[in-house]
Design a protein around this ligand. Structure first.
Ligand SMILES: [Cu+2]
Length: 92
């Protein structure tokens, strides 16, 4: 490895760069209408946790906090999951 200029070294650099690329997680707080008890919290948490690329940080009555990888999931996915659980995501 010459360190900089040859094609082989540039390739190696590029590849190791990709390996080290870390996933950027976006944090979102979603207000949720229609939740009333701990069962609602469990239902929302379960549905959100089933989404690929989404990490559930916390769920409480009326609000969920999640982190997600924008390459794998979007806020729309999260709101859809909340509707699927039977609740209504409120506008941010
Ligand atoms: Cu409930």
């Amino acid at each position: 490895m010459c360190g900089n200029v040859c094609v082989a070294c540039l390739d190696t650099k590029r590849m190791s760069g990709n390996d080290q690329e870390s996933v950027t997680m976006t944090t979102a707080t979603v207000r949720i209408d229609g939740m009333g008890c701990g069962h609602c919290v469990d239902a929302v948490r379960r549905e959100l946790a089933s989404l690929p690329g989404v990490r559930v940080d916390s769920v409480s009555i009326g609000e969920a906090q999640v982190s997600f990888d924008e390459k794998a999931a979007s806020r729309q996915d999260i709101e859809r999951a909340i509707r699927k659980a039977g609740y209504t995501p409120a506008p941010a």
